[in-house]
Write a protein that binds this ligand. Structure first.
Ligand code: ZN
Length: 254
């Protein structure tokens, strides 16, 4: 089993709104938008999340043009090096080599490149898919509600592909999911995704700005406990400090 860390965009955010609510307002920080490609022992190539839509390369405001308050605090900064095709190319693959997509949630910065993967099973939480369909403002459907996409609802906590555990971590979004990956040499890695956005959120223990603060608190603390008990690193959703310490494609974890 092998885990590749892909860089599928960046966002220029207001730190005082999105990373440390109420502190450092107006300070801009460029944060990563990760995806993860896992090669399983069974030969599957499972992509966890797909980053930002490549249309942001030419038009950073394509998602939030009509929502100026979002556009101001969360501005995509994307180059050709952030496309799925380019990132997979770094590890000798093309989008055709991806056999499955595992979706944490369908926010625009996680579902942006699904259109590059027509016909591939996209494993998603059924209740999350329903919640996204009911909230087009929060989950812009242009990125993920496409006829060529093949959603497969896989509900509940379980192990998939012999080494990827699905953990339910609601709070950032309804039925958000995190993943625990067990690698032979690197050991266990907890992919928190947006259940823990950055080390600030965990250190401040402040989840008040999340959609469901109580659920987010429980999910964030649970992931921290789980990682601690396993002696595993907890990887955050959009943390530039931690991102700088990770091995990015073409390097990998095995
Ligand atoms: Zn995100």
């Amino acid at each position: 089993m092998r885990l590749h860390v892909l860089s599928l965009g960046t966002t220029d955010v207001d730190k005082g709104v999105l990373l440390t609510p109420g502190v450092d307002l107006g300070t801009r920080v460029v944060t990563p938008v990760p995806g993860y490609l896992i090669e399983t022992d069974g030969g599957e190539r499972v992509l966890i999340d797909t980053g930002l839509h490549p249309g942001h390369i030419e038009d950073p405001s394509m998602t939030w043009r009509d929502v100026p308050e979002f556009d101001a605090i969360l501005r995509p900064v994307m180059g050709p090096e952030h496309t799925l095709a380019h990132q997979l190319g770094l590890i000798g693959m093309t989008t055709d080599d991806v056999t499955h997509v595992l979706s944490s949630h369908l926010h625009f910065d996680h579902a942006g490149q699904l259109a590059a993967l027509p016909g591939r099973p996209i494993l998603v939480s059924g209740p999350h898919l329903a919640a996204a369909r009911a909230n087009p403002d929060g989950f812009p459907p242009r990125y993920w509600d496409l006829p060529e996409l093949d959603y497969v609802e896989v509900d509940g906590e379980q192990e998939l592909f012999g080494g990827i555990e699905v953990i339910e971590t609601p709070g950032h979004a309804p039925h958000h999911r995190s993943f625990v990956v067990h690698l032979p040499r690197s050991g266990t890695i907890v992919l928190g995704i947006d259940a823990v956005l950055s080390h600030h959120q965990l250190e401040r223990d402040d989840w008040s700005d999340q959609v469901d603060p109580d659920a987010a608190t429980a999910s964030g603390r649970r992931l921290a406990r789980l990682a601690h008990a396993a002696g595993a690193p907890l990887w955050f959703g959009h943390d530039p400090d931690q991102w700088a310490t990770l091995r990015h494609a073409p390097a990998f974890y095995d």
